[in-house]
Design a protein around this ligand. Structure first.
Ligand SMILES: NC(=O)c1ccc[n+]([C@@H]2O[C@H](COP(=O)([O-])OP(=O)(O)OC[C@H]3O[C@@H](n4cnc5c(N)ncnc54)[C@H](OP(=O)(O)O)[C@@H]3O)[C@@H](O)[C@H]2O)c1
Length: 248
């Protein structure tokens, strides 16, 4: 489905980003995988195979983002698919305990990184008249997460960023969509699933009872990346095992 495509996936050394990179490679794409730790990234690239190209980049650093995009453009010629996946949650705390430092860091990594990358990558897509940008959001951007004010705020803003870019870039052949996962078994969300009692309680609130897996997000990202979703843009696809249905 992605033969001859070139993709860039941020935060691809583990979890959802890694699953997306593996899936895109399986479908024939060359995939630049980005993360902060060179050793881990190179190990993951070896495991995925030669179509995975590791580039170390902290997405909170403007100059590192610029040099990554320049390197990819120089060595691979273009970027057809951009997946803004890397994110953090350093601010899981009661709302009144959050300080400005946390606010700035969460905005920088979860939101501004997607803005910076889109600003750098989308012009080339517009020139060629085709491209797909996928932002990995969260159901926490659609409902407030308890003691997760900044995580929810950054993801809600990412959803609106998705719609805003989609509106302007659609006429130039570039589609922009988001995925809002529910609980997925990764390091980021370990607090919610590692403890058996907490995990069981969560599963009771979820119509599809199993704990979400990174590959279940990656297959949806594949749909958005490929021409099979050629009439879809500006959407935030909820992939949460039905969790949001059970709020009443
Ligand atoms: N897991 C869930 O339940 C869940 C639910 C909803 C949404 N999401 C979203 O899904 C996305 C992926 O989350 P995940 O659960 O797969 O997280 P994860 O397992 O913690 O993986 C995060 C990835 O991002 C990289 N990363 C972290 N900070 C980075 C930075 N500043 N610059 C570059 N890379 C960075 C990490 O590698 P290094 O540490 O080596 O840099 C790692 O590869 C995030 O946007 C998250 O908000 C996850």
């Amino acid at each position: 489905m992605l033969k001859n495509k070139i993709a860039l996936v941020t935060g691809a050394s583990r979890g959802i980003g890694r699953a997306i990179a593996e899936t895109f490679v399986r479908e024939g794409a060359k995939v630049v995988i980005c993360g902060r730790k060179p050793d881990t990234l190179e190990q993951v690239a070896r495991e995925i195979g030669p179509a995975a190209i590791p580039i170390v980049c902290h997405v909170g650093r403007s100059e590192q983002i610029q040099s990554m995009v320049a390197q990819v453009t120089r060595e691979l010629g273009r970027i057809d698919i951009l997946v803004n996946n890397a994110a953090t949650n350093v601010a899981q705390a009661p709302c009144l305990d959050i300080d400005e430092g946390m606010f700035d860091k969460m905005i920088e990594i979860n939101l501004k990184s997607a803005f910076r990358l889109t600003q750098l990558v989308a012009p080339g897509m517009c020139e060629r008249g085709s491209g797909s940008i996928i932002n990995i959001s969260s159901i926490s951007g659609l409902r407030p997460q308890f003691e997760g004010l900044l995580y929810s705020v950054t993801k809600a803003a990412l959803n609106m960023m998705t719609e805003s870019y989609a509106l302007e870039l659609g006429p130039k052949g570039v589609r922009v969509n988001a995925i809002a996962p529910g609980l997925i078994q990764t390091e980021l969300s370990a607090y919610y699933w590692r403890d058996e009692t907490r995990r069981e309680k969560r599963m009771e609130q979820q119509p599809i009872r199993h704990l979400g897996q990174p590959m279940e997000i990656a297959e949806v990202a594949l749909l958005l990346a490929s021409d099979r979703s050629s009439f879809m843009t500006g959407q935030t696809l909820v992939v949460d095992g039905g969790r949001l249905l059970s709020s009443m």
